[in-house]
Design a protein around this ligand. Structure first.
Ligand code: NAD
Length: 356
């Protein structure tokens, strides 16, 4: 099969880690008989330097025309003095909006070989962990009406949490579709004992579940979910939740995996289109030193294969190659422990390629 990938390496370690992900994808193409056409595009600080804008129009046009987008990271000290929507990071919001990305997927995948990096007790995570947090990305309190008003208690500020049925329905469908490709359990997290918006959320998620009889649906209050994630994380498969709750729970879930250098993410639009990027930033402190862990970017590429391009077998091959490299004791500096062996960014790419 043939695919068009819009590649946005960005700033700092972005280009270094993206380069390794592209190498892995090319090799996957050779092995499984696919052709990936990569188009390299500007966004972030490098785009400001080259064009004066963090998100040039050509980047948006080309990204829309692609089958999927692979992003590195944007930002860095050079542009820190810039304000609000002129900053490199504004390109991320611009891309999310222009591409209609409403679902954020954050897997918390703890490789058995890295369980020592997990802050939880070993018995809680033995055998590894694999949780997928599906966060609504374009609605809720972050996008609701906001303002200030005078009250008899002084100045008051408010932000409104609001969800429409259709917004909940489409994120619920995304979560159930994901669960069908995984262990078929969806936990919908809300605060329906207090919030009207959560009661609507719960009703719509329950309605959607009727179309997925194979999937078990559990509802959980957000305070309990925060507790259960550290008490018994293995009970979760897919967690679906609103923007605000997802922001917090996805960080909590991902920290269970130990290192930011291992965390991929996806942001999906209606249909199969998506943007894939490591959770980490541009890490200016280690940029250009061959120290950046490329695995988050390579795992993002695997997510792209699985969720946008329908190539699950190829995605599994990448994840298994990473497992094999870790099993031999090779670690990037961010995960180095006694008895393990150090490798650099490019060498990590070489080793993963050799295991495909
Ligand atoms: P960061 O994620 O870039 O770095 C935090 C720490 O983690 C640093 O010590 C860094 O060296 C380390 N780290 C990050 N990725 C790593 C990797 N792959 N391998 C090994 N170590 C890694 O966060 P920050 O320092 O807060 O931000 C730096 C810049 O990145 C800022 O300009 C910020 O705005 C931007 N940023 C961009 C994105 C994005 O593009 N999606 C996300 C977060 C931050």
């Amino acid at each position: 099969m043939e695919f068009r990938i819009a590649c946005i390496p960005g700033d700092g370690i972005g280009p270094e880690v993206t380069e390794q992900a592209v190498r892995v994808l090319k090799r996957i193409g050779e092995i499984y008989g696919h052709t990936f056409h990569f188009e390299t595009l500007l966004a972030g600080g490098c785009a400001i330097d080259a064009t004066g804008k963090s998100l040039p129009e050509e980047t948006v046009t080309a990204a829309k025309a692609a089958d999927a987008v692979l992003l590195g990271a944007v930002g860095g000290p050079k542009w820190d003095g810039m304000s609000g929507d002129t900053r490199p990071e504004a390109a991320l919001l611009g891309l999310r909006k222009a591409l209609g990305l409403f679902a954020n997927l954050r897997p918390a995948l703890l490789f058995e070989q890295l369980k020592g990096a997990c802050p939880l007790k070993e018995e809680l995570v033995s055998g590894g962990l694999d949780i997928l947090v599906v966060r609504e990305l374009t609605g809720g309190i972050y996008f609701g009406e906001r303002g200030t008003k005078q009250t008899d208690m002084g100045l008051a500020a408010y932000d409104i949490e609001q969800y429409a049925e259709e917004e909940v329905r489409r994120i619920a469908v995304t979560a159930f579709e994901m669960a069908m490709k995984r262990n078929k359990i969806v936990t919908s997290v809300d605060k329906a004992n207090v919030l009207e918006s959560s009661r609507l959320w719960r009703r719509v998620v329950t309605e959607v579940s009727a179309s997925y009889p194979e999937v078990t649906l559990n509802h959980m209050y957000v305070d309990n979910a925060a507790m259960q994630l550290v008490r018994n994380p293995k009970q979760f498969d897919v967690i679906v939740t609103a923007n605000l709750f997802g922001d917090i729970l996805s960080d909590e879930a991902s920290m269970i995996t130990g290192s930011i250098g291992m965390l991929p993410s996806a942001s999906l639009a209606v249909g199969n289109f998506g943007m894939y990027e490591p959770v980490h930033g541009s890490a200016p402190d280690i940029a250009g030193k061959n120290l950046a862990n490329p695995m988050a970017s390579i795992l993002s590429a695997a997510m792209m294969l699985r969720y946008s391009l329908g190539l699950s077998k190829e995605a599994d091959a990448i994840e298994n190659a990473i497992r094999a490299v870790l099993a031999e004791g090779w670690r990037m500096p961010d995960l180095l422990t006694e008895g393990t062996k150090e490798m650099g960014t490019k060498e990590a790419g070489d080793r993963i390629l050799s295991k495909l």
